[in-house]
Design a protein around this ligand. Structure first.
Ligand code: LMR
Length: 396
């Protein structure tokens, strides 16, 4: 049965890790996978998470099943984190959700849910988008089309072209938007641009599908959700896939939320029964541990304050690195204008070099990044910044 299977090349993002680990150059730098690292290059466990885990260890009384939706407390806390506690959609009882194995689990469950409501529906994704969006959504049966989003030549948004491409998109189609910290390009929509898209969604009837993987990594927890919250006020129906991998540093625990905003409470109840049926037919129910940590942090004022401080520290370190990168590239004599890096948000930016130049950085300097020249900014530090910038200047 399996003899005829051909082998596939490694995932373009995850595959880099193996090459990086095997590299013996002491100066090697990993700017590949989107994992936050501190100044010493370590991805530590947040203190708030450690504390919540300690408490959990003491208080946990059972390992019995938690059910396809996960816990009520986690779902409620996450809905409020994403939408804001006083959002009108929550007040109108139009929101339902399920705890999922990471943001990927949320994307996949929501895609299958959409496919039940509108089989083979078209979802418009940004060009470029996170590479894994296409299999996660497409393998569930959705048709993928792209809209222009980022201009590599000028390192800026192609908003007019985006609006033009989406101007004919109507009811029955979905539009995937990144809530903040666009992966891979780091260029986010302004508030005016969100307003315009919300009006288009309202008028044309397409369904927004928002991926929120980096809440708190751009400008702050509420600011990063501003566009999403506006969208949820403007339309009847909307989907959100959220991840706790980055903002809680819970990567390997797999914690996420699949959230749906419905037109009314009765549709919400019917829809939720379908969503939970999708979950049951996939993995039956989500893992508990990571979500219990998140629930504990979000429901305890002290832990929450500690977490928010740690999140702010991560965000500010990335923003400091962005500024440092622009300055150090200039100091190293790198040709070109890299000031866009400072204007962009979150973990990623494109350096804007060719795949050949990316290969040279890897072969000659042991610097690892995705072929598209996407760099995960948190892999930089005060100690490797100069080495990195001199290497970039040399291959330009
Ligand atoms: C990334 O884009 O590097 C992260 O979202 C991790 C992943 O799974 O690709």
């Amino acid at each position: 049965m399996f003899k005829h299977l051909s082998s596939l090349s490694p995932d373009p993002i995850l595959g880099l890790l193996a090459s990086y680990r095997a590299d013996e150059n002491p100066h090697k730098i990993d700017l590949g996978v989107g994992v936050y690292k501190d100044e010493s290059g370590h991805t530590g466990v947040l203190q708030a998470v450690k504390e919540a885990e300690t408490r959990l260890l003491q208080s946990e009384e059972t390992k019995a099943y938690i059910g396809p939706a996960g816990t009520v407390g986690f779902n409620r806390a996450m809905q409020e984190l994403i939408l804001g506690a006083d959002h009108p959609a929550l007040a109108a009882n139009r929101v339902r959700s399920a705890q999922t194995p990471g943001g990927c689990g949320a994307l996949r469950v929501l895609a299958e849910f959409v496919n039940r409501a509108e089989p083979g529906a078209t979802i418009w994704v940004s060009d470029p988008t996170w590479a894994n969006h296409v299999p996660l959504l497409g393998n569930a049966g959705l048709q993928i089309k792209t809209y222009p989003y980022y201009d590599r030549a000028s390192s800026s948004l192609r908003f007019e072209a985006m609006v033009e491409a989406l101007s004919e998109v109507g009811r029955g189609d979905l539009v995937l938007l990144h809530a903040c910290c666009h992966n891979p390009c780091g260029a986010d929509l302004s508030r005016d641009q969100w307003r315009q898209l919300a009006q288009m969604a309202q008028k044309q009837g397409f369904t927004p599908f928002i991926d929120m993987a980096y809440q708190g990594f751009g400008e702050g927890l509420a600011d990063d959700a501003w566009g999403l919250r506006l969208m949820a006020e403007s339309v009847d129906e909307m989907l959100v896939a959220a991840s706790c991998s980055k903002n809680f540093g819970l990567y390997r625990e797999r914690v996420g939320l699949a959230m749906v905003v419905y037109g009314d409470a009765a549709s919400a109840d019917r829809g939720q029964s379908q969503l939970l049926n999708v979950v049951r037919g996939n993995y039956s129910m989500p893992p508990s541990h990571g979500a219990a940590i998140v629930e504990s942090i979000l429901s305890d004022a002290g832990l929450r304050a500690n977490w928010e401080e740690e999140l702010t520290e991560m965000r500010e370190r990335i923003n400091g690195l962005r500024l440092g990168l622009v300055e150090n590239l200039a100091a190293a004599g790198a040709s070109g204008d890299f000031s866009f890096i400072q204007r962009q948000k979150g973990m990623f930016s494109f350096l804007g070099i060719t795949p050949e130049q990316v290969q040279r950085l890897q072969q000659e300097y042991s610097i690892y990044m995705v072929d598209s020249s996407r760099i995960s900014i948190a892999g930089l530090s005060q100690s490797n910044m100069e080495y990195f910038c001199r290497a970039v200047a040399s291959i330009l």
